[in-house]
Design a protein around this ligand. Sequence first.
Ligand code: GUN
Length: 286
Amino acid sequence: MSAHILDGKAIAADLRKTIQAEVKTLTAAGQRPPGLAVILVGDNPASQVYVRNKQKACEEVGFLSELIRLEADTPQQALLTLIDTLNQREEIDGILVQLPLPDQIDEETVIERILPTKDVDGFHPYNVGRLVLRMPLLRPCTPKGVMTMLDHTGMELAGKDAVIIGQSNIVGRPMALELLMARCTITVCHSRTKNLTDKIRGADIVIAAVGRPEFVQGDWIQPGATVIDVGINRKDDGKLCGDVDFTAASEVAGWITPVPGGVGPMTIATLLENTLQAARLHNDKT
Ligand code: GUN
């Protein structure tokens, strides 16, 4: 194996320690701790795990953390009314509605109801627009966490060719905007992309966010490239794997993220970072 491992678990642990120390400083100065409300509608098993991990991470760093569980058949209006209440509550700095939502609820309507300064997911059109305009406020957690990891490589990003596989609102699109802001040349690939492997072979940085187990092959990777694997898939044998064939890709890449222990822990640590940022926004206003 030739690649350096980008250890998301370790970077995330450092970030959480820094946040914990900042919460102690805030509370020692008589300020309230940052507060995050997480809303889970229904009982999607993967969402339940994600939400539990987010809540645990909040408690560890000393945040106020509130989990609100709603029945799968909750009407959209009830969710919107709940968000209105949370928007008003002073001790709540961040509101996260776990996605996906049941069919009777429109995700965009829900996201737009969250106060932009409490939108710790960075999904509100206001926050997306600010990212487009290179004046980011609250930034989507996974792409921002990836930027933190890339920073740890010490690599100069300006001028690099970055290929993003996947065009979702949660990862692919904001990832493209982050890398563009860092002055990379970006290519966003999706199911209709022609000559995908040629595009990946030309990339200095590959971001895999397709949701297909071990889709990216080792011989698609340019020697020395940085490979960021955002995928979390379960194989037939029950083991977790990413969107990249790690064993083969790590023979050629310069840097690579493992799954598990790569991007996943960074997403959660970045959510904490965003919640602390939101708390500062709210405190500065008072
Ligand atoms: N579902 C999958 N990823 C995410 C995320 O980052 N935020 C929310 N709210 N839901 C998700």
